[in-house]
Structures are given as C-alpha cells and as structure tokens.
Design a protein around this ligand. Sequence first.
Ligand code: FEO
Length: 395
Amino acid sequence: MHCPLRNGIEWIGYVDWTIRDFHSYTTEQGTTYNAYLVLDQQNALIDTVKAPHGEDLLRNIAEVADPASIRWVVCNHAEPDHAGALPKILSALPNATLVCNEKCRQALSQYFDTASWKIKVISPGETLPLGERTLEFINTPLAHWPESMFTYLPQEKILFSMDAFGQHYASAQRFDDDACLDAAMIEAKTYFANILMPYGVPTAKALTAAGKLEIEMIAPSHGIIWRTHLPKILDAYREWTSGAPKRKVVVLYDSMWESTAQMANAVYEGAIHEGVDVRLIHIRRTNLTRIATEIFDAAAVAFGSATLNMWMMPMAGAVLAYLQGLKPSKKAALAFGSYGWSKGGPEVVHEALEAMKWDMISPPIKAQYRPTPQILEECRAAGAQLAEKALAAGG
Ligand code: FEO
C-alpha cells in the first residue's frame, strides 16, 4: 500500500486499526506508523514502522522502488514505534546508509546491534542532497525524546515532523481534507495531552523552528497528513504548548458505596455556571488517556476518592501516578471523599495534588460513611468556588 504526497514522494507506512493499548495509552481509534519515500537521484526512506510491521513496509517500498535503489534511511526518532523495524529494513536494503543525529545513533546502538550498519551522523542544520531535492535536518530535542528531529524538504515545502502534529488515528484516508477533520483534531489533542504534555517547552521551540520554514504540508509519523488545514493544527499547537487553561472544571472521582459519588455530584452541581465547561468523570468508567486529556486544559479540578484500607482507591492512585509524570499546568484544586474509621482517600489525594503544586482551595472535604446535607452543601460551595477560579483563569 502506498499513497503519493507529491510526484515522487510516497507515504508507505502501516495503518494499525486494531491496537488499543499503546504502552498504556488507550488508542480508541487505532493508529498509523507513517514512513515516507522520497524518490530522486538518490532515494531516501524517512522513518520506518513498529517491528511487527517491517514486512509490510518492505512490501510497500517494493511497490514504488527497487529496494536496492534506497540510498538513505533517515531516522527522525529512535522510539521503537518508528525505529523498531530498522534492523529488518536495513538488512533488506543493501545500499542504504542510516542518517541520524548523534543522540539518535547512541540510542539506536543501545536498542540494536548496529555494528554492521552504515551510519551517517548529521550535525544540526546539515543538509543532504538527493539530486533535484535536498533533505534538511532540524534537531527538536525532547519533542518527544532527546534525539527527536524534523526533516524538511525545501523544494516541496514538506516538513516530516515525527511525533509532533501526529494523532493515534487509523484512517483509510491519508490527508486532512479527506479524513474526518474533527476526529483528527480530537486525536491530535489527545496525543499532545498524553505524549507531549510534559515537553510543552521543547515542543514550543520545535514549533518556533517550524515557523521559520515555508511549509505547505506537514507529514507526521502518526495519523493523517496536514495539507489543507495547516493553520488549524499550528494554532492548536500554539495553544496547547502555551499551557493556558480553559474555563473548565473537571470533577473526577472514585467511590465505594456511593458516598464519594454523592459528594462528586454535589461539587458538579455547584460548579455549573454560565461560561464554564464542567465535566463529571467516574475514574473506573473511563481510562487514563481520556482523563489526562480532560485535565490537560482544565483550569480547576476536584478530585474525590473513597477510603480503602486507609488509603485512596487504587485507580485514583493510578490517575495520580500518571498525572505526576505528565505534569499538567497548575490548577485550582479540591480533594474530597468519604471514610469510615480512619483517614485515607481524601487526605492522600490532597497531599498528592499539593505536591504537584496545584492551588488547593481548602483542606479536603470529608464525609464519615455518608455525607450529611451540610457536607453536600459544602461540596456545592466548593464547586462554585472552582467555577469562579476557572472563569478568572481560563481563556
Ligand atoms: Fe511515536 Fe515518540 O514515538
């Protein structure tokens, strides 16, 4: 399978319709691993695919070029979803030399036995003439890994952007004007929130580097290719990398015997306010990926947990562990929950949110066994306070 981007430039990647767990990222819409072939006097393959799909990639290459004619294999990113098939691909391309930066070379040499590989290490800003066209390389460290880089094809104004601007979105269509744009934008945001959120500053730098280029097409390594709606995805990336919150309150909770659920509903009722987007989420009725995406741009979060074995609920712990790594921007926050005969859920959640340097609006709201009408009123008032904070902070 292949698809032309321009005359002599082909998408030859793999569409993975069935994947649902991408190292704990719930890929509800599957994904794609995009690889590209630039046909010129010297042919260049840009990126590969995940290891199990190496044969598919070789088949796609053979549809458009003699494998022996591939002179260069560019590795923009050493993560195995793009570099996993490199051993198979390089052994099948007898005249190919791998092109990567020094950090990428080091990472690949730890993943694979690279002793027999021909490798050309390129320096920042270096170019590689192919004949009619030239590849330019732009280091974009930590967008997503230290070795991450963009490859730019100036004659065609195409940016091969690796993970940036990507989406875990399987589609039979390859371009933004063919596929469902709304679905692609939702998955682009989900991708940013779950993959690039901790790297907002390096990703903003990569965006600035891209801003200096004339670009007519952005070809990421996941999902659809941007050629018609470039301003939409670039504006979205400017917003997402800024970390600016929206007027949004997320009420997130896990409950045992419905007491924390009652409290969550009371916080939710209190937070409902004109101009504020309020979401009520039961932690065990969704997944970490959706939760992180909702929290990513919220100005305020209420996080509830019942007490189980003098601790928080296990999935509440999983959410907190995930958020600690993703490092969402500062939020106004509240912890709440029920307990029986010892402290536990609400206190542990409060301490964890405080440790993330979120602004706690009050000590945790707690209910022993069942929330009284007075405690539910406290929850409503806290919800209203979070809505006010969201209105003041959000754009
Ligand atoms: Fe799609 Fe960071 O790999």
